[in-house]
Structure formats: structure tokens, C-alpha cells
Design a protein around this ligand. Structure first.
Ligand SMILES: Nc1ncnc2c1ncn2[C@@H]1O[C@H](COP(=O)(O)OP(=O)(O)O)[C@@H](O)[C@H]1O
Ligand SMILES: [Mg+2]
Length: 395
């Protein structure tokens, strides 16, 4: 609305009426209304009314039921005046029940008989119509806002649903994968019973594959426990040096198999920490396992710990494929995998880092990832308090 040049507080009324006498009458009535100031603008035919309404510069529309060959209801419906511009009060020659009903269903706020029109009646009708119209508008704004929020929520749900579908496919694949080499190894065992070399090789192969499956399934169980709030931590006193050693032992076979060097100098001092020891090893194993998985043969993985006042910082760095900057913020989300073609042989479910994030959070710490982009390696930092805050206990 362009009320800029109008004096403040003036209530602008548009009268649509084809009878000059009725205009004169309405003008007199309006002049007597005490709560103004009011400004009454008159148009006398259907087309000028349409034009005036479309300018949208009025607070209330007073519309005669008869406008030439057409009716006020036609005008209300055609211009959507009530929905778009302001409240409508329909004026009629005499009381007619059908007009009353039709007026309301067309969206008019009120309906007045001309021969009973006076300053009190009209002013009250205007006041009520405006208040009601504003309430309606406010309600519609709220509904629109709510609808927008619901749509966004729905979009998020659909997205999560799609990711779950993808995840199911990946899961089936990942669980099926180790079975082929295990079946091979069984066949080799059957054929080469006397050959200790072949037996040992098969045994090692089956051991690796079964371990891999156990890890996958354990991760899955953890995700499901976390989702249901069923995961409990057991905090104990531990030495971070030993925790890191356990993690190294767990990933060493993978690191060696990938042809990588691991540099993890033991910290010269004891590094006391109160934490869930098993979960701490799991977090480090997940990050180290990724470093091994996403680094090409000949690369290097390093791990170190430092004490900063009241917390430890564990840094795990690799010289691998790196992480594109736009994907960095997403890698801790469940089921995020950057490029499955990159590590098809390595597999994975995209839940390792999501678990790390939740677990470190339950310890009152946090995890961050850095990478300068594809091909530049990646660095993960775990920040852990010396002991978890009280609220973390028995979570
Ligand atoms: N050290 C790393 N270097 C490069 N990319 C990584 C590294 N660690 C994690 N990522 C990326 O983050 C994704 C999520 O990791 P994770 O949750 O452990 O799932 P997964 O290893 O099963 O794919 C990986 O798929 C990979 O794209
Ligand atoms: Mg992983």
C-alpha cells in the first residue's frame, strides 16, 4: 500500500455505488462518524471499481449490491478484494436472506441495509470488519509460516529416508562382500589339507574378513543403541598412552596391508584420563582405520597426543586423498560417504565418524576435521577433557 503521502491515521474508504444519491447519503453518514478522520472515495461503475481496488490503497471497501448489470458479489469474487486488499462491507437496498449468505461466502465481512445506515451502525461495522480482517491476515501469515516449516521438515525426512534406502543397499553389499573370500578360503582348506602354508594363509584371510564383519556389525549395533538412547558409557581411570597403543594394535594389520607407515611416538609422561576405555579405543580405531583406508600405498599416518591445561588433544594425520572443503561439515553425519567409487574395495558404511562424534560428545569433548582439499591428506583432532563433566556420567 502506498499510504506515504496520506496523513497519518486517516481511514480510507472506497464506496462502489452507481447511485449518486446513495453516495451523497453515505458521505453524510461518514461525516457524522466521530472516530475518524475518514476519507471517502467514490466510484460509480464496475470497471473503475476494479481499477480502484487493484491499486489497493483503501482500508475498507463499501460495495453496493447492484452495480449496473453486475453485482457487488461479482466484484468481490473477481477482484479477490477481501483476500488481497481489505475487508468488504456489502450494502443492499433491502434485507435479503440469500444475499446475506452469499455475501459471507464470497468473503465479505458484513452486510448492511442502506435504509438503516447511520453513523453508529456504519462506524461499528467498519471497526469490526477491520479487526476481523486483521486477525484473519495474521492467522494466514501463521498458517503460511507453519506450512513452510512443515515442508522443510518433510524435505528433511524425505532426505533421511533416501539416505536410509541407500544405506540399506550399501549394508547388504558390505555384509555380502566378505563372504566370497571366506568361501574361497574354505574351498582352499578342503583341497589343500596337507599344505601348512595354504592353511595358514586361508586362516589369516578368514580371520581378517570375520574381524571386518564383526566391526561392521558392532558399529551397526552401536548406531542403533545411540539412536534409541541405549548406549551407556563406563568411565574408568586410564593412561591415554595405553589407549592409543591398543588402537594402534587394532589397526596395524590394515596399515601394513595398505603399505603405509605409522608414526605414533609414545608420549614420555603418563597421560591420565577418566574415560570409557573401550569407546576411546573405538574412536581412535575408527579415525586411524579411515586414515589407512583413504591413503594410497607409500603414504604416512601419524598420531600424537598433547596435554593442554584441562584437556588432551589427539591429532591423527594422513597423507591420503583428502576431503573436499564443501563436504567437510558433513562427514560426521550418519551415512555420509564422499565417493564410494574411491574406496570400493575398502567398503564401509559411513557410520564410523558419526559414532566418533557421538562418543566424544558423551565424553564432554569434540572432534574436528581439517583438509586442504582433494589429494592433500586429512587431519582429525579429538579434544577430550581429563575427566568427563558430571552430566556425562551414566549417559
Ligand atoms: N582420513 C580421511 N581421508 C579422506 N576422507 C575421509 C577420511 N576419513 C573419513 N573420510 C571421508 O568421510 C566419510 C565418512 O567416514 P566414515 O564415517 O568413517 O565412513 P566410512 O569409512 O564407512 O566410509 C568417508 O566415506 C570418507 O569419504
Ligand atoms: Mg570409516
Amino acid at each position: 500500500m502506498s499510504n506515504a503521502r496520506r496523513p497519518e491515521g486517516v481511514i480510507r474508504l472506497l464506496l462502489v455505488d452507481d447511485d449518486p444519491d446513495d453516495y451523497a447519503l453515505t458521505k453524510e453518514v461518514v461525516a457524522e462518524m466521530p472516530r475518524g478522520p475518514y476519507e471517502l472515495v467514490w466510484v460509480s461503475d464496475y470497471e473503475s471499481a476494479k481499477e480502484a481496488i487493484s491499486k489497493g490503497d483503501y482500508h475498507v471497501f463499501l460495495i453496493d449490491y447492484r452495480i449496473g448489470a453486475k453485482t457487488g458479489l461479482d466484484l468481490v469474487k473477481e477482484t479477490q478484494v477481501h483476500a488481497l486488499h481489505g475487508p468488504v462491507i456489502l450494502l443492499t437496498g433491502q434485507s435479503e436472506d440469500e444475499i446475506d449468505t452469499a455475501a459471507m461466502s464470497a468473503g465479505a465481512s458484513d452486510y448492511l441495509e442502506k435504509n438503516r445506515l447511520n453513523a453508529v451502525v456504519l462506524e461499528r461495522a467498519i471497526r469490526f470488519a477491520r479487526r476481523q480482517w486483521e486477525t484473519e491476515q495474521e492467522l494466514e501469515r501463521k498458517v503460511a509460516e507453519r506450512t513452510k516449516k512443515l515442508e522443510a521438515a518433510n524435505e528433511a525426512l524425505l532426505d533421511a529416508d533416501r539416505r536410509k534406502d541407500d544405506f540399506l543397499a550399501t549394508l547388504a553389499h558390505e555384509l555380502r562382500n566378505p563372504l566370497a573370500p571366506i568361501r574361497n578360503a574354505l574351498e582352499i582348506l578342503r583341497l589343500a589339507q596337507g599344505n601348512p602354508n595354504a592353511v595358514e594363509q586361508s586362516r589369516q584371510m578368514m580371520d581378517r574378513q570375520v574381524r571386518h564383519m564383526v566391526r561392521l556389525i558392532d558399529d551397526l549395533l552401536d548406531v542403533s543403541r545411540l539412536a534409541r538412547g541405549k548406549l551407556r558409557l563406563t568411565f574408568v581411570e586410564a593412561d591415554l598412552n595405553e589407549v592409543m597403543q591398543d588402537a594402534i594394535e587394532a589397526v596395524l594389520p590394515i596399515i601394513q596391508k595398505a603399505g603405509l607407515t605409522l608414526e605414533a611416538p609414545r608420549h614420555p609422561e603418563k597421560l591420565p584420563i577418566v574415560a570409557d576405555r573401550v569407546r576411546l579405543v573405538q574412536m581412535l580405531t575408527n579415525i586411524l582405520g579411515n586414515a589407512a583406508k583413504y591413503t594410497e600405498t607409500g603414504g604416512k599416518v601419524t598420531m600424537s597426543a598433547a596435554l593442554n591445561e584441562d584437556h588432551y588433544v589427539i591429532t591423527i594425520r594422513d597423507t591420503g586423498v583428502g576431503i573436499p572443503p564443501e563436504l567437510l561439515p558433513k562427514i560426521f553425519d550418519l551415512f555420509t560417504q564422499i565417493d564410494r567409487t574411491l574406496n570400493r574395495s575398502q567398503g564401509g558404511l559411513g557410520i564410523g565418524l558419526a559414532l566418533v562424534k557421538r562418543l566424544v560428545d558423551m565424553h564432554g569433548g569434540f572432534v574436528t576435521a581439517h583438509s586442504e582439499g582433494t589429494g592433500t591428506g586429512a587431519e582429525f583432532q579429538l579434544r577430550l577433557p581429563l575427566k568427563p563433566p558430571e552430566t556425562s556420567h551414566e549417559r
